[in-house]
Each structure stands twice: as structure tokens, then as C-alpha cells.
Design a protein around this ligand. Structure first.
Ligand code: AMP
Ligand code: MG
Length: 284
């Protein structure tokens, strides 16, 4: 998933800690093999080449992530959408060529974007694309899912006091012994750093700073509005706290897309989530 993984846990001995950490890293690697879009042999890459109209059997993990993705897509009015892949590809190219995608390519990409194009059959554990050329990008949801899963692995291994950090997406289990919780510092170039003390939640941060490209004096984010296919140009950073890692991750991306004016609706759709957004370009 293209980021470093950090695992912190409490154990009775160093060998026990090392063994448990290894299990957690193995779980993360397993999920990378499911969701990576850089690896051509990942389950996601194989699914993305599936012909339209045919059901394609998927793993429990992929089905769960796609189900969460569909929930957040619907509730955010498509601000989060894992089918944004064709637009992501165009903007990745733009980062290299330093030229904006042309209107024709964007229009063609938009035809293949829309979470409703992905059918899910939970009973048969299968996925079906309704038009050709649909591509999935789980970059906005996969790390949160994996962090939460790794915490689950550590809990199963007998180490519930743990934290997993996948670079912007974290999951914390039981509080460290003798501490009120895990002290998490949310760093954003858009806002002052803040400290939170948490347990049993997932914390996702999405936003500006990293991975943007400047073309003609305009800075384009790696986050794209799936409804237009256009990369965000306003500086935005969001942090979301939620029990479900995939939902937290996806909501953080969605919050950046909807901006301040869409935040109320997003919060109403997810009353269990804490959603914070910094958006200095949107005015007071
Ligand atoms: P995050 O850092 O969690 O916001 O994820 C950003 C990554 O998710 C991008 O690098 C894209 O691969 C993908 N992505 C970008 N925009 C969206 C979007 N609106 N909905 C879903 N995934 C997106
Ligand atoms: Mg995200």
C-alpha cells in the first residue's frame, strides 16, 4: 500500500513482542497482496481486469473493503468513490508530464467512475462491473482497514495493548499499561499539531501536504473529486476518528472532497464519527 508500517505493543517479553509484531506485519502484507494497485498480481489488479457483466469471486477481505467503500460512497454522495481509478491514472500522468489531463480524457474517465457500477453479491462473495473499463483504487480506504485488521491480529495473539500506524492511518487497541490512552499527535501543515489521548479507535488523516503537483501556478492534490474527475485545488486536511478503520479512512478522504459546506451532511450520515476539517482556502 506504499507506506511504512509501524507497530507498537506491550508484551511480557521481547521475544513474545517480536513474534506478535511479525504476525501483525504478515497480516498487513497479506492485505497488501489483496488491495495493492501497484502490484499486478494483487487480487485488486486481477479484479480490475475482469470483464463487465460477469461475477468475479473475491476474498472476504476484498468484499468487506468494497462493502465499506459502497456505504461511504452512498452516504457521501459519491465524494468518496473507489472507482475513481481512471481519474487517478490521469492525474498521476499529469504529475509526471506537468500537464493537466485534457477535457476529452477526463470525460472518458468520468464514464467509468461511479460506485453504482460495482455490483456486490455478499452471499456469493462476488463482484460485477456493469460497464467495461471500471477500475478500483483502494488508496483512500485500504490503509485504515489494514491498520484495524493488524490490531485485531495482535488482540488474537494476546496483545490487546497495541498501536498500528500505516502513515496517516492508525488504529489503537487497549491503552498502554498505566497510561490514560495512546497519545496521538495529528500533524498537518494546515493546522497546529494537536494531541489526542485515545483507545479502541481508528484515526485517519487525509490531506494536503504530500503528493500534490503544481501546474500553471495551481496546486493539484492527490485527492480527486470523483464527480468531476478533477483533483482538488483547495488546501484541505481532514482527520476522522471512528471505530471502523476503513470507514475512518474513507471518510477522511470524503471530508476533503466535500469541504466545509458538505461537512454537516457527512457528520449526520456518520454520527459515530468525529470529523475535523481544516480548509484555509474556503474562507471564514
Ligand atoms: P487518502 O490519503 O486516504 O485520502 O487517500 C488518497 C488516495 O485515494 C489517492 O492517492 C487515490 O489513490 C485515492 N483517491 C483519491 N481521491 C479519492 C476519492 N475521492 N475517493 C476515493 N479514493 C480517492
Ligand atoms: Mg482516506
Amino acid at each position: 500500500m506504499g507506506s511504512k508500517a509501524r507497530v507498537v505493543l506491550y508484551a511480557e517479553s521481547e521475544p513474545a513482542a517480536a513474534a506478535a509484531a511479525t504476525r501483525a506485519f504478515e497480516r498487513i502484507a497479506e492485505l497488501d497482496g489483496v488491495m495493492s494497485d501497484y502490484r499486478h498480481d494483487s487480487e485488486l489488479s486481477r479484479l480490475s481486469g475482469a470483464p463487465a457483466g460477469e461475477w468475479f469471486g473475491v476474498s472476504d477481505d476484498l468484499l468487506r473493503v468494497l462493502s465499506r467503500a459502497a456505504v461511504v460512497s452512498e452516504a457521501s454522495g459519491g465524494a468518496f468513490d473507489a472507482t475513481v481509478a481512471p481519474a487517478v491514472a490521469l492525474w498521476r500522468e499529469a504529475r509526471e508530464t506537468r500537464r493537466k489531463p485534457d477535457a476529452g480524457s477526463l470525460a472518458a474517465a468520468r464514464q467509468r467512475i461511479g460506485w453504482r457500477l460495482v455490483g456486490l453479491d455478499r452471499a456469493r462473495r462476488a463482484v460485477r462491473f456493469s460497464v467495461p473499463g471500471v477500475g478500483l483504487d483502494l488508496g483512500g480506504i485500504g490503509k485504515g482497514y489494514a491498520a484495524a485488521e493488524a490490531i485485531g491480529t495482535l488482540r488474537d495473539e494476546g496483545h490487546p495493548a497495541a498501536m498500528v500506524d500505516l502513515g496517516g492511518d492508525l488504529a489503537v487497541g487497549d491503552r498502554p499499561p498505566g497510561a490514560p490512552g495512546w497519545r496521538i499527535r495529528i500533524s498537518s501543515t494546515l493546522d497546529d499539531d494537536r494531541d489526542l489521548v485515545l483507545e479502541h479507535v481508528c484515526i485517519a488523516t487525509s490531506g494536503d501536504a504530500e503528493r500534490s503537483v503544481e501546474i500553471g501556478g495551481v496546486r493539484y492534490s492527490h485527492i480527486i473529486d470523483p464527480r468531476t474527475g478533477v483533483a482538488l485545488t483547495r488546501r484541505r486536511a481532514a482527520t476522522v476518528i471512528h471505530a471502523d478503520g476503513a470507514v475512518a479512512d474513507a471518510l477522511a478522504s470524503a471530508a476533503c472532497v466535500v469541504g466545509p459546506s458538505g461537512l454537516g451532511a457527512l457528520r449526520r450520515a456518520f454520527p459515530d464519527a468525529t470529523v475535523a476539517l481544516v480548509a484555509p482556502d474556503d474562507g471564514p
